[in-house]
Structures are given as structure tokens and as C-alpha cells.
Design a protein around this ligand. Structure first.
Ligand SMILES: [Zn+2]
Length: 163
């Protein structure tokens, strides 16, 4: 297992629609182990493959008791609405309030290629949506009005320079 380098905004791979995962082998299992390790090291609750520079539809998450590997994820249902803070490891966790559905149903494949469905609400639903967005080349700031989006990017750049 190894901690991978986290890809940060505005690297190209974060804006690309991921390629489907087609091989469910030992290599994929190793990759997922690395992704979990990288996520825990960064104290995140989810991490998608583009965030370690891979153009793949794959994410891992461990949020509010829901721990899973999701290959080729799709959101197959949502309900309600929630408005709370969200951040991203690829944007230095600079927080912004994002409106999202309150519940989300995820359909994906595990590391063996078996399809499963999982339903979550609140923060975990937010993680489903945020990480699935990554697999579609979308960042949480893309849900914000342009002015707020630019403000988050500015804050992120500023924080980077301070380090
Ligand atoms: Zn993110």
C-alpha cells in the first residue's frame, strides 16, 4: 500500500469524464487499497481516481458508517434537498455551502465487479454525489454561481501560497 499524491485544481484530469473500469483484478484491489490509505491520510471521507491523477470512473469512501468501493458509479435516484458545507481534497478543503439532494441512491460495482446499490442520506448522500461527480469530470464548485466559484478558487490559491 502507498499514499498517492493528490491531484489538485486546476489539473486537466479533474475536468475529464472518466473511463469505465473494465478489469476487476488484483491491480484494481491494490489501487483501491492505495486510495483508502491516501484518503485516510488526508482525513477525507471520499476519494475518486481522478484525484490521484487517474482518468477512471472509480471512488472509495468511508463516511458515516458507509464504507465502499464504487467502480462505474451512477446516481439512480435522489430526493429532497439539503444545504450544507462541502469541501474537496483537490481544492484544499476550502468549504462552501452547496445545495444537494437529501438522499441519494448509488449503483456501482465493487472491486470484484459485482453490481450493488446503496442508499444514503445527509452527509453520506453528499459524498455519493460529490465522488460520482468527480468520475464525470465535475467538481463541487461547478454547482456554485460563478462569483462564489471564483471566490473558492481564489481562497484555495491563496492558501497554497501560504504553505
Ligand atoms: Zn472532491
Amino acid at each position: 500500500m502507498a499514499i498517492r499524491k493528490i491531484t489538485e485544481f486546476p489539473e486537466d484530469v479533474l475536468g475529464k469524464v472518466g473511463q469505465p473500469v473494465t478489469k476487476f483484478d488484483a491491480e484494481l484491489a491494490d489501487l483501491c487499497a492505495d486510495m483508502f490509505e491516501t484518503m485516510y491520510d488526508a482525513e477525507g471521507v471520499g476519494l475518486a481516481a481522478p484525484q490521484i491523477g487517474l482518468n477512471l470512473r472509480l471512488f472509495v469512501m468511508d463516511c458515516e458508517g458507509i464504507k465502499l468501493i464504487a467502480a462505474n458509479p451512477e446516481i439512480i435516484g435522489t430526493a429532497g434537498e439539503q444545504s450544507s458545507q462541502e469541501g474537496c481534497l483537490s481544492l484544499g478543503k476550502v468549504p462552501a455551502v452547496v445545495i444537494r439532494p437529501q438522499t441519494a441512491k448509488l449503483k456501482a460495482q465493487n472491486e470484484k465487479g459485482e453490481w450493488f446499490e446503496s442508499e444514503a442520506e445527509g452527509y453520506a448522500a453528499r459524498a455519493f454525489l460529490h465522488e460520482t461527480d468527480h468520475c464525470n469530470g465535475k467538481l463541487f464548485i461547478d454547482h456554485l454561481p460563478k462569483m462564489r466559484r471564483d471566490m473558492i478558487i481564489k481562497r484555495f490559491k491563496k492558501e497554497k501560497n501560504w504553505k
